[in-house]
Design a protein around this ligand. Sequence first.
Ligand SMILES: C[S@@+](CC[C@H](N)C(=O)[O-])C[C@H]1O[C@@H](n2cnc3c(N)ncnc32)[C@H](O)[C@@H]1O
Length: 375
Amino acid sequence: MRLPAKAKPNAIVIAEPMISQIISAQPNFPLVVANPVEPTYEIRATKNMGLGMFATRALEPGDLVLSERPVLVYPNGFRSSNPGLSTSMEEFEAAFVVAMDEMRAEDRIAYRKLAKGVDVPHAGDLVRIATANCFRLPLSLPGGPNKRWTIGDYRAVYLDISRINHSCSPNTVADFDFPSFSMVVRAAREIKPEEEISTTYVGTLDRSKAQRRQLLAFCMDACGCSVCTNPVSDASESRRMAIASYAPWTIVNHLAASIEAPNKLLVDLEQCLQNVEDEGLQSIVCYPMLLDLCGRLAGIVGNQTLADDLRGKAEMFYQMRAWYTVPKNFVEWVFEPLEGIPERVRWAASHGPQFQQMQMLNRWSPNIQDSSDVD
Ligand SMILES: C[S@@+](CC[C@H](N)C(=O)[O-])C[C@H]1O[C@@H](n2cnc3c(N)ncnc32)[C@H](O)[C@@H]1O
């Protein structure tokens, strides 16, 4: 399918007919793609990773770097032999060649060269190229509070976003905005002019450097980011493991252990926030939850200035992934009302795996204790 003519740039979406229908049935679809008035980046050569995207001005956390509609969207794991797909290799090749019309001349030339210099490249090569230049796109629609219906797992090729290199300390958060059918990239921390803009291609938190290397092998021999090329990375590994124990599905154990001692819990959580900053991991999904928890505890122990500062920051980071409301709802449920916090925390900890599963399935609701889903 192609998006309606008013959509610029146009995107070619290779999808199953039912999914194409769902996409085009959205009211007023697609909305205009919003971008900063003053450009924030340029594309140029890096030292060791081919082309990359670089900031042309200073950016603050939360600032929009760019929003971009893909030129091509295709099912993840596309293979000619994939029996589940109705799209053939020939159709993929034709779609890719049309998508190239939307690309800059130099990109088109690069793609053709990559595809062994032939004018109309072989689809097999195109899949390889597209896969190395794509972004994973779990295509999903907003479906009410705490819900996002995943309608398929796709990959997408962009003119500019596909130039963003991977870093294990990415300085942006990227999230797909369905109404405008565009990927929205925002700064996750301060970015200086000339600094390379980075994203993550894999989970950066709960994996060691060796595991990340394995996961990245589909598109690079070795990760050239500053974390992986740092010869002294042991401290980084242990900081990441420590942070991972505060992820949404494990944090409840820390809360249960120290909820009766808010000062101690605050110190532990502040250390965790420090680790996040030292590792440059403000892009992780649990960062706003950590800020929020610290802010609430600071309020409880009487430090209102710190509480306001941290909760303001938390809100901004929650907004960057506004559809993922599980961590925010969890913190609200624990802390509101102030009476009964220890009981609620102990209840959540005692429900262990069941509790985790509810969170991960996005089925968390403040009334979950009373719900028949629980027991
Ligand atoms: C989505 S593209 C990024 C743009 C690419 N550098 C280019 O010139 O078009 C992904 C490719 O960039 C390179 N790349 C991205 N991140 C890298 C990293 N951290 N280390 C080494 N190579 C990387 C790899 O060749 C990878 O297949």
